[in-house]
Design a protein around this ligand. Structure first.
Ligand SMILES: Cc1ncc(COP(=O)(O)O)c(C=O)c1O
Length: 316
C-alpha cells in the first residue's frame, strides 16, 4: 500500500487504551479501545483520517470546492465542511430528504463552518448521488473547480488514510506487547474497513478485522470493502450484520452497548455506528473469540449528543 499525499488534519497517533472495566463486564478477553473519537479535528472521528488524502488530492489538482453529501446527521458532511475551511476550499453539501425542522448538530456544525447545504427532498439516500454531479456542473459553469467526493468519503484514496491507521495501531500494539485476535469497527460506506484490512495485510498483522455493517446487507457491504481496499484478499473481508431495525435507527442491543461503554469507561458511543458495532462484541465472544480484542472507536460524538437530547439518553 503506497502512502498518498496527506493534508494534515488529525492529531496522530490517537490513543490506544485498555478498557479493563468494559472487558470485565463482558466477561471475555481483554478489550482495548483505539480512540479515533479523539482524532482531534472538528469532532470528525474517523472521517478526519479519510479527508486527509482527499483534501491533498483536491489541492494537488487545483480544485477550489469540495462537493459531497449524505444525511442531515452525517458525520462526514460536517467533517468535510471543517476540512474545506482549513484548506481554504469552498464546501457544497447535498443532503437527502427535506430540510429537518430542527437541525441536528452535524447539519448545524456544517453550516456554522460555512458549507452551503441543499436538500434533495427525496428520503432515499442515493438521491444524493446524481445531485452531486449536478452541483459540480453548476459550479463549473460558474467558473469554479469542484472536487466531488461520494457519500461517506467512500473512495480508494480515502481508504488509504485507514491503511496508514492500521500501521499506527500495529506500532502501538507492539509497544504494549499485545497481540489481538480481532479488531472490531463500524462499517458504513466501507472505506474505513477497506483501509484497515489493506493496511493489516500489507503490514503482515495477524489480527482479523471484523466490520459491523450498519447500513447495508452483509454481501453488499463486503463487496464495497473489497472494491475500495487496494489489493484486499476476499478471505480477509469479514462483515457482520449490525443494522438492527435499519440504518439511522438505534437498536436495543446498541443502546445496551452504549450504556455499558459509558457506565464502565465513560466512553460516548453514537446510536448509528459505534454503539451497533460494540453490540457485536458479546456475539463474537460467544463465538469463541479468546484473544484480546481492539474496539476501534470511530467517533460520532455530535450524533451521540443529538440522540441523548432528543430521546432522553438512549444513545449513550
Ligand atoms: C462514527 C462513524 N463510524 C463509522 C463510520 C463508517 O465509516 P465508513 O463509511 O468508512 O465505513 C462512519 C461513517 O460515516 C461514522 O461516521
Amino acid at each position: 500500500v503506497s502512502a498518498p499525499a496527506r493534508f494534515p488534519l488529525a492529531v496522530l497517533p490517537t490513543p490506544l487504551v485498555r478498557a479493563e472495566r468494559l472487558g470485565r463486564a463482558l466477561g471475555g478477553p481483554p478489550v482495548w479501545v483505539k480512540r479515533d473519537d479523539l482524532t482531534g479535528f472538528a469532532l470528525a472521528g474517523n472521517k478526519a483520517r479519510q479527508l486527509e488524502p482527499l483534501v491533498a488530492d483536491a489541492l494537488g489538482r487545483g480544485r477550489d470546492t469540495l462537493v459531497t453529501g449524505g444525511g442531515p446527521r452525517s458525520n462526514f458532511c460536517q467533517a468535510a465542511a471543517a476540512a474545506a475551511r482549513v484548506a481554504g476550499l469552498g464546501c457544497e453539501l447535498v443532503m437527502y430528504g427535506p430540510e429537518p425542522p430542527q437541525p441536528p448538530p452535524n447539519l448545524a456544525l456544517a453550516r456554522a463552518l460555512g458549507a452551503r447545504v441543499r436538500f434533495t427532498g427525496d428520503p432515499e439516500r442515493d438521491s444524493v448521488d446524481p445531485a452531486l454531479d449536478e452541483v459540480a456542473a453548476e459550479l463549473r459553469a460558474g467558473g469554479r473547480a469542484p472536487y466531488v467526493v461520494p457519500r461517506g468519503g467512500a473512495t480508494a484514496l480515502a481508504a488509504a488514510g485507514y491503511a496508514a491507521a492500521a500501521f499506527e495501531l500495529s506500532a502501538q500494539l507492539e509497544t504494549e506487547g499485545v497481540s489481538p485476535e480481532l479488531v472490531l469497527v463500524a462499517t458504513g460506506s466501507g472505506g474505513t474497513q477497506a483501509g484497515l484490512v489493506a493496511g493489516a495485510a500489507a503490514g503482515g498483522c495477524r489480527w482479523r478485522v471484523v466490520g459491523a455493517s450498519v447500513s447495508r446487507p452483509v454481501e453488499e457491504c463486503a463487496g464495497r470493502v473489497l472494491a475500495l481496499g487496494p489489493a484486499v484478499d476476499e478471505r480477509a473481508v469479514d462483515v457482520r450484520d449490525a443494522r438492527g431495525p435499519g440504518y439511522g435507527t438505534a437498536s436495543a442491543e446498541g443502546e445496551r452497548a452504549a450504556r455499558l461503554a459509558a457506565g464502565t469507561e465513560g466512553l460516548l458511543l453514537d446510536p448509528v455506528f459505534t454503539a451497533k458495532a460494540l453490540a457485536l462484541l458479546p456475539r463474537l465472544i460467544e463465538e469463541g473469540t479468546g484473544g484480546p480484542v481492539v474496539f476501534w472507536h470511530t467517533g460520532g460524538v455530535p450524533d451521540a449528543l443529538w440522540e441523548m437530547s432528543t430521546k432522553g439518553g438512549g444513545g449513550a
